[in-house]
Design a binder for this molecule. Structure first.
Ligand SMILES: Cc1cc2nc3c(=O)[nH]c(=O)nc-3n(C[C@H](O)[C@H](O)[C@H](O)COP(=O)(O)O)c2cc1C
Length: 436
């Protein structure tokens, strides 16, 4: 029987906007190695495939409405490759996956950092390729505005090719290291890249031995047509945020259907949607856990999540109806949210609570059986090969998932009891990949 692959998002002390305020969370955790070590140890004991760090290259969003930013935890984040390198010797089997931007980095730098992480961890590194589509990120890199939408995927595609070329600078058996003869490596097995492209000029080689897993695993997170095309060509794993089974199935098919023409087999690329599970021994217990977090959302933080679409609603009664957007600057973007509020009969407070929890990812509140049912359905209905688990708050919601949902998945034969291999590629069941 096909089994699920599971990633664990370690982003922001949990993904719920009020995660840092939960009484069982550690409010200064995001700067503390001991906090992340505890999370990594729980995830590894539970046999997760990988730890995943999302990343942003700026404090995103403005202080709208006033006072919202000072109540948000995303102003203090560690640089993820550094954090995962610190976790490498503290873990043994779990994969270490960091986001890296193709827009605000150079291929040589990223190739070197990820291959170093791969060596330090014995072949457990992965790179989540993102194009950093955001104005605030641009302002930290000398760009006055965000980069051209179309060209950023052209750059991303060339960037990934260069990185892979650099990762293959030496054949796996290039290093002789014979102390007797004094020969360190075989020059016939070293390959300069000599890349000259539209965006990059990189001579190479990268001065590092071949990866213990062939190449670090490449993840992609992008949803546009250009993003999907690049992912199908270059990714081993694709992350996505999908609410509905039918949308997830369509996304799954749109990636998998492209593979034969690219000379790739169906199981060479794994699709892993985000999933926020809120589990209790009873449905009521699970709902109470969600309610505890929802009650911790400061109204200003809640209103900030609506600001980009609906404008400043701080003058309105939070328990009254969502006003019709009048400002033309917001009208076109507001439609989806305004219609959602009307359809569901949401007040302003109910609308921001509905959005604040999963923040775009599918959320399931229920018993272990109900959550396992959803996961099994998505696996069997070709909507997912696994999930990127996004706990509300860390480490407590991770521990809940490990204690309650994983035994149920194991009982059904849907998740491993022990790691199959030592590298991330082996545990994900991906073929060893190498340019030569
Ligand atoms: C599941 C998921 C996770 C993402 N994680 C990040 C991230 O950690 N950092 C980032 O800058 N962008 C992230 N992105 C944004 C994408 O890299 C991309 O810029 C965005 O989806 C817009 O591109 P698109 O039009 O191809 O979807 C993520 C996107 C998705 C769907």
């Amino acid at each position: 029987m096909k089994q699920l692959k599971l990633g664990l998002s370690m982003f922001r002390m949990g993904y719920h906007v009020a995660a840092w305020r939960h009484p069982n969370n550690q409010p200064d955790g995001s700067m503390d190695l001991a906090y992340f070590r505890r999370i990594a140890e729980i995830a590894e004991a539970a046999r997760f495939d990988l730890l995943f760090m999302a990343d942003e290259l700026a404090i995103r969003g403005e202080d709208n409405p006033a006072g919202s930013r000072r109540r948000s935890s995303h102003v203090a984040e560690l640089e993820p490759i550094t954090l995962l390198s610190a976790l490498a010797p503290l873990t043994e089997r779990i994969g270490l996956v960091s986001t890296g931007s193709t827009t605000y980095s150079e291929p040589f730098n990223l190739a070197r950092q990820f291959l170093s992480l791969d060596h330090l961890s014995g072949g457990r590194a992965g790179w989540n390729v993102v194009t950093s589509w955001g104005k605030e990120d641009a302002l930290n890199f000398g760009h006055m505005d965000k980069p051209d939408y179309d060209s950023r995927y052209d750059r991303a595609a060339e960037f990934v090719d260069v990185v892979r070329g650099l990762w293959n600078s030496f054949d796996a058996d290039a290093f002789i290291r014979d102390q007797h003869s004094g020969i360190f490596y075989d020059p016939d097995k070293m390959h300069a890249l000599n890349h000259q492209g539209d965006f990059f000029s990189v001579q190479g080689p990268l001065h590092m031995a071949h990866s213990p897993q062939g190449e670090p695993v490449i993840f992609f997170a992008g949803d546009s047509e250009a993003g999907r095309a690049t992912a199908a060509r270059a990714a081993d794993v694709v992350f996505t945020a999908k609410q509905e089974l039918s949308d997830a199935q369509a996304f799954y098919a749109s990636i998998k259907d492209r593979l034969p023409a690219l000379g790739r087999a169906e199981d060479e690329v794994l699709i892993m949607p985000g999933l926020m599970p809120i589990v209790g021994r009873t449905k009521a217990e699970a709902q109470a856990k969600l309610d505890t977090l929802q009650a911790l959302i400061d109204p200003r933080v809640g209103l900030a999540s609506l600001y980009d679409r609906l404008g400043d609603l701080s003058g309105y009664d939070l328990d009254g109806p969502v006003p019709e957007p009048k400002d033309p600057a917001f009208r076109s973007r507001a439609e989806v949210m305004y219609k959602l509020a009307q359809r569901e009969g949401y007040s302003i407070r109910q609308l921001y609570m509905a959005l604040a929890a999963g923040r775009g990812h599918r959320m399931v509140v229920g018993t272990p059986e109900e959550i396992a049912d959803e996961m099994q359905l998505w696996l069997e209905q070709r909507a997912a090969d696994g999930f990127n688990i996004i706990p509300t708050h860390l480490p407590e919601a991770l521990q809940d998932f490990a204690d309650l949902v994983l035994p149920e998945l194991r009982r059904r034969g849907l998740f491993r009891s022990d790691y199959e291999g030592t590298t991330l590629r082996q545990n994900l069941g991906l073929p060893e990949k190498s340019l030569r």
